[in-house]
Design a protein around this ligand. Structure first.
Ligand code: GDP
Length: 454
């Protein structure tokens, strides 16, 4: 089952529990949990983790609801959504490790070493990470310490040239630790902030490979070791990551191939098996297909409720700094105006590929699933026309003036060559983002709204 299906099935289990008024509360919770549990198991999530999630949701829902007989329907709905959301987040979070996450510093040498099996996507991910950091103002170099596979250096070189990232490697040296050391020395001398070292893989976990990684690691002393894990390998991910953990004590996981048909659940379980956080996910073959992993963002996207955190993270790299700052200030105040919405739509259209970005806006991923990328792109263009037809006063407002004076909607629809319905849809989406911004400030930073629609 692909992740999008998993999200849909969880949503449908939650929604049926919310709308069920015939059974008693405990029965609806059990029916909902059965749906969620089946969906997670079919996505390869480890059975012990699923069972824990089930028990946690059940006990929380039943105890909280019993304590408040007067609970209204809306409150029950919120409680169910929030409890399921929080427990799903716990499933992909590993015990507090996130706070200890490595953050590279500018004007210092930060060495990042990649490990993983051949074909997991290591070389591609090294380049993606280099691009990710260079877009954020770091001076990044790539070192190919894979002397085992013929053609490894050429592959890294081609990727690096395409991405305009300086690189180092050797066609003659056979000792990978030596090449790694030389590369690091060269980039250190040239005052690079981040040096990413790609190591060799094998088809299987072999003693020789682990030995080699220990040797390289002893020589280069990385600040961070990232294990690259192919999300499509299912349950095998757990055993593979445990074996790597024993030899090269990696501190972070980068999950590749989360696009396409990956079930993803097996890889997610690897987090629990090694108590190591997933820090990035690869979502395609292109060098920009890398996303910072955050449990809340991931679950928000999985459930199609939009993801203000990731959207903002993406916006910072592409949009006009002043615009991004103004939107950030608004979000921090719990505000999200139509103008913020317009700027985001314009930026999103520059960012591409649309499929990666659409998931961050509430309702967009559903649209993508239903009508495909081209039609969604057309619809997004229309949305910008609608926003273009609004006055400055309207754009800077929270949108309520349209509800109070519906003739404004008629005027905007006429001006943009769209329908009143289309204008209403945009207002609805902006309202959802505004609610998310509001709850994000009320709860812990970045938390998606407890009242966001699932
Ligand atoms: P390595 O042997 O571990 O260095 O793996 P490569 O970097 O050569 O990648 C193996 C294959 O996986 C290549 O065809 C990549 O384009 C592909 N690949 C890597 N990451 C992703 C990803 O996130 N999504 C998809 N769809 N393909 C990926």
């Amino acid at each position: 089952m692909v992740l999008a299906d998993l999200g849909k099935r969880i949503n449908s289990a939650v929604n049926s529990a919310i709308s069920n008024t015939q059974d008693d509360f405990a029965t609806s919770v059990d029916v909902m949990l059965k749906g969620i549990v089946t969906a997670l198991l079919e996505s390869d999530v480890n059975i012990a983790l699923v069972s824990k999630l089930r028990n946690n949701i059940r006990s929380q829902l039943l105890s909280e609801n019993r304590s408040e007989n007067s609970t209204t329907n809306a409150q029950t709905k919120k409680l169910i959504q929030k409890t399921v959301f929080d427990e799903l987040c716990k499933l992909v979070t590993c015990g507090g490790n996130e706070e200890k996450a490595f953050l590279p510093k500018k004007r210092k040498t930060n060495i990042i070493m990649f490990v993983g099996l051949q074909g997991s996507g290591k070389t591609t991910s090294c380049t993606k990470l280099a691009v990710y950091y260079s877009k954020r103002g770091f001076k990044v170099g790539l070192v190919c310490a894979d002397t085992f596979r013929a053609g490894a250096f050429d592959q890294l070189k081609q990727n690096a040239i395409r991405a305009r990232i300086p690189f180092y490697g050797s066609y003659t040296e056979t000792d990978p630790a030596k090449v790694a050391e030389e590369g690091i020395n060269k980039f250190k001398k040239e005052k690079f902030d981040i040096i990413i070292v790609d190591t060799s893989g094998r088809h299987r976990q072999e003693e020789e490979l682990f030995q080699e990684m220990v040797e390289i690691s002893n020589v280069i002393r990385p600040n961070q070791t990232i294990m690259v894990l192919d999300a499509s390998i299912g349950q095998a991910a757990e055993q593979q990551s445990k074996a790597f953990k024993e030899s090269s004590d990696f501190g972070a996981i980068l999950l590749t191939k989360m696009d396409g048909h990956a079930k993803g659940g097996g890889a997610i379980s690897a987090v629990a098996a090694t108590n190591t956080p997933i820090i990035f996910i690869g979502t395609g073959e292109h060098i920009h297909d890398l996303e910072k992993f955050s449990p809340k963002s991931f679950i928000s996207k999985l459930l199609g409720i939009g993801d203000i955190e990731s959207l903002f993270e993406q916006l910072q790299t592409v949009s006009n700094k002043e615009d991004a700052k103004a939107t950030m200030e608004n979000i921090q105040k719990g505000k999200f105006t139509l103008l913020d919405f317009k700027k985001q739509m314009q930026t999103i259209m520059k960012m591409g590929p649309l499929s990666n970005i659409a998931q961050m806006i509430p309702g967009m991923s559903n649209m993508m699933n239903q009508v495909g990328e081209e039609e969604t792109s057309q619809k997004m263009k229309k949305m910008v026309y609608v926003l273009d037809s609004m006055t400055r006063e309207e754009l800077e407002s929270d949108g309520r003036m349209f509800v109070e004076q519906p003739t404004r909607m008629v005027r905007v629809a006429k001006g943009s060559g769209t329908s009143v319905f289309e204008v209403e849809m945009i207002l609805m989406q902006q309202q959802m983002m505004a609610r998310m911004a509001q709850t994000a400030t009320q709860q812990q930073p970045g938390a998606p709204g407890a009242n966001a629609r699932m």
